[in-house]
Write a protein that binds this ligand. Structure first.
Ligand SMILES: [Zn+2]
Length: 111
């Protein structure tokens, strides 16, 4: 009886969901219960994270490397740091969205 109350399938890929890593994502049809793989590939979340990465990454690059770029002293060693700088806010925004979307199974007391 206890297992029947927590056993459910991902509403996107129909894979059986485990106990811990389930997520509720917004879709045009309403809230969807998904597995981690489907939550990670949820396009609206990825678009939001990319927009955040673009804005925050631009500000971080401007603050940290702006003087070098404006002076024209940007070396090739600096060029690999710029996309890496944008990757950090992308990862943080995605992690935050997944943390907020995580659904905790009530069957084990909400732990
Ligand atoms: Zn899935």
């Amino acid at each position: 009886m206890r297992e029947a109350s927590i056993a459910s399938n991902c509403q996107r890929c129909h894979r059986l969901l485990g106990h811990r890593m389930n997520f509720v994502v917004k879709s045009s049809a309403g809230d969807m219960l998904t597995c981690m793989k489907c939550a990670l590939s949820h396009t609206p979340m990825l678009r939001r994270s990319a927009a955040i990465a673009l804005v925050v990454g631009f500000v971080q690059v401007a603050v940290n490397q702006g003087d070098l770029i404006i002076a024209g002293d940007a070396s090739s060693a600096l060029m690999w740091k710029i996309p890496l700088t944008a990757l950090i806010p992308f990862a943080v925004a995605t992690f935050g969205a997944l943390t907020n979307a995580r659904r905790i199974a009530a069957a084990d007391g909400g732990r």
